[in-house]
Design a protein around this ligand. Structure first.
Ligand code: TPP
Ligand code: MG
Length: 376
């Protein structure tokens, strides 16, 4: 059975943008219906802007401005719907591809750029109110699920969830991938989250690939069922449908925040770009597969839905112009960032100075000096 035929799939918008909820989506429809036209337009705008940002950042890496870029191309609906479902007081633990999740919470895109340029080990201060309780990227697969579970346990111990006050109760949202789902950390996090009934949502973006390893290698059973094994209500949604992502995330976060314990969501989506700019996906997947997923594009789907509801051409033109200006601004600010300090690669390896690190740093300085002399 292909994922598209899974009877448990929660989907509101069909791939062509028609409103065609699956039976599993029925219970979530009141949340979809509560969205205003302005909300729907915001979802679309968020997705178009991050796609422009993502393309710009990919180009900047190609021009030598960034060391690396992990594209979010294709995963916009899963990310926008889920983050728009969070409340201001909630806590977000991203992996490394959740660019729009971070920017929606208030993180400056240039802070993600600085990280990928090699100028910082962190990127931003999660405790700075302007960053909307967004933790830094975690490149150690799955580790952030443990950080999130621990944070959730703290919320339980401090009585900061489940009091019944939706304005002050807090929840935790943690993002991870299909490959990371096989990491022991994720399973330990699920054990602790369920034992302590943390106010937490495990948001798995199944983009079908863990670099070159297909998701079929990760599991014989649909990944959402793993959550059930730990005792969590678990859902599988069409991750290219921003409305499904929003509604299921909202219901799950609200229930978790209210004291009902953790929830797991598997959003079926597709990484339309490379794993990172260091990867060449033509080595391990077919263009037929890529073309199939292009027909399920999350932005085209939402655009068709909005057009069907009568959105004006001027709205779409305005969003395109805004996205282009956003990406231009990122390029201008990136070009103004200045040199990367190579010393940074050696700082914070250990808390205290270490002779081996000092020796390596000295070796590099000598190598660079010799290189510059050779070029002169
Ligand atoms: C603990 C650990 N093991 C291996 C890696 C190398 N690695 C980086 S990304 C990746 C694949 C991750 O796939 P997935 O979880 O599906 O996330 P995606 O990149 O598809 O968003 C691997 C194996 C790592 N970063 N951390
Ligand atoms: Mg993946």
């Amino acid at each position: 059975m292909t994922s598209a035929e899974d009877p448990a799939l929660i989907r509101v918008l069909a791939a062509d943008g028609t409103f065609a909820p699956t039976p599993e989506a029925e219970r979530f429809l009141p949340l979809v219906e509560s969205l205003t036209d302005a909300d729907l337009e915001t979802f679309y705008r968020d997705m178009v802007i991050v796609r422009a940002f993502d393309r710009q950042a990919t180009n900047l890496q190609r021009q030598g401005q960034l060391a690396l870029w992990p594209p979010s191309f294709g995963q916009e609906a899963a990310q926008v719907g889920s983050v728009r479902a969070a409340r201001a007081q909630d806590h977000i633990f991203p992996s490394y591809r959740e660019h729009v999740v971070c920017t929606t919470r208030g993180v400056d895109p240039i802070d993600i750029i600085r990280l990928m340029r090699g100028m910082t080990h962190g990127g931003w201060d999660p405790t700075d109110p302007k960053n909307g309780n967004t933790r830094i990227y975690t490149l150690v697969l799955g580790a952030q699920t443990l950080h999130a579970a621990g944070f959730g346990m703290g919320l339980v111990f401090d009585g900061k969830c489940g009091t019944g006050d939706a304005e002050t109760d807090q929840a935790v949202m943690v993002y991870y991938g299909d490959g990371a789902s096989s990491q022991g950390d994720v399973h330990e996090a699920m054990v602790f989250a369920n034992s302590y009934q943390t106010p937490q949502v495990f948001f798995l973006q199944n983009n079908h690939w863990a670099i070159s390893v297909p998701v079929a290698t990760q599991s014989r059973a649909p990944l959402y069922r793993r959550g059930e094994g730990y005792g969590m209500p678990s859902f599988r949604l069409d991750g290219n449908d921003v409305l499904a992502s929003y509604a299921v995330s909202k219901a799950s976060l609200d229930e978790a925040r209210g004291g009902a314990g953790p929830r797991a969501i598997e959003a079926l989506t597709y990484r339309m770009g490379a794993h990172t700019t260091s990867d060449d996906p033509t080595k391990y997947r077919t263009s037929d597969e890529e073309q199939l997923w292009a027909t399920r594009d999350p932005i085209a789907r939402m655009r068709a839905y909005l057009e069907g509801k009568g959105a004006a051409a001027s709205f779409f033109d305005g969003v395109d112009a805004e996205a282009a200006a956003y990406a231009d601004d990122v390029r201008v600010r990136t070009n103004a960032l200045g040199d990367v300090s190579v010393d940074l690669a050696f700082d914070h390896v250990y808390t205290e100075p270490h002779p081996l690190v000092a020796e390596q740093k000295q070796w590099l300085a000598g190598y660079e000096a010799a290189f510059e002399e050779e070029q002169a």
